[in-house]
Design a protein around this ligand. Structure first.
Ligand code: SAH
Length: 216
């Protein structure tokens, strides 16, 4: 299951080249994507999908994000080693591995118990150890706040106030905001009591649920 052979490494290098062509320039992000074995998150029958640049079902109606989307969000997050990062929406756990490769201290929260359990079992076997939490990440994770970086990997109807509140000074929040089908990637920078908003490209995420998310 954890075999990472010549062929898989080759496909991963090819994926990295594709992401470069699509405009990802941060070498640390590209190196991380070149390292994390994405095929480990796929069932044997679907292995050939692991290094294609597309989202893929992981059960419970959820998806592992498209590699380009992971790269885009991670690049905009500008993570420095040692920073504490909150990820909302653990899903498969793939994005959490990327954040760990960047040297972050990672807190990841998932709303769905099945996915939470699955990621919590799998990642340590791969050598990745984020702090796993089960709960409603639309309210953040106040116990370990503030965070230098917060990354939301599900589409939100609004920017939850709890998340900007749990951001450290000079901290960054990346969150897709919009309707259920389409969201604009937003970056919030906290400067004292000011929040500066930048809008990037459009993406399509599964909905953020919970108190500050969509009602089922
Ligand atoms: N980062 C993931 C992709 C996640 S898909 C990966 O790398 O695979 C979005 C995830 O957000 C889903 O697993 C979904 O269950 C979760 N989610 C939705 N609403 C949430 C909430 N309020 N709190 C935490 N997780 C939530």
């Amino acid at each position: 299951m954890f075999e990472d052979n010549y062929r898989q490494r080759g496909l991963r290098n090819k994926l990295v080249r594709l992401l470069r062509q699509k405009g990802i320039t941060d070498e640390r992000v590209l190196t991380a994507i070149g390292k994390v074995p994405r095929h480990v998150f796929f069932e044997n029958a679907f292995l050939e999908h692991a290094y294609q640049d597309k989202a893929f079902p992981i059960g419970e109606g959820q998806t592992i994000s498209q590699p380009y989307t992971v790269a885009f969000q991670t690049e905009k997050l500008m993570v420095q080693p040692g920073q504490s990062v909150l990820e909302v929406g653990t899903g498969s756990g793939y994005q959490a591995c990327i954040l760990l490769e960047l040297g972050a201290r990672v807190y990841t929260i998932e709303y769905n118990r099945v996915l939470f359990e699955k990621a919590r079992k799998l990642l340590p076997k791969m050598g990745y150890r984020p702090h796993f939490h089960l709960g409603d990440g639309s309210k953040g994770l106040p116990a370990f706040a503030p965070y230098h970086r917060i990354l939301v990997t599900a589409g939100a109807p609004v920017i939850p106030e709890a998340l900007t509140a749990q951001l450290a000074d000079e901290g960054l929040l990346i969150i897709p905001v919009g309707d259920r089908e389409k969201q604009v990637m937003v970056r919030i920078t906290k400067k004292g009591n000011k929040l500066i908003r930048e809008d990037f490209d459009y993406f399509s995420f599964v909905p953020l649920l919970g108190e500050q998310g969509w009602k089922k």
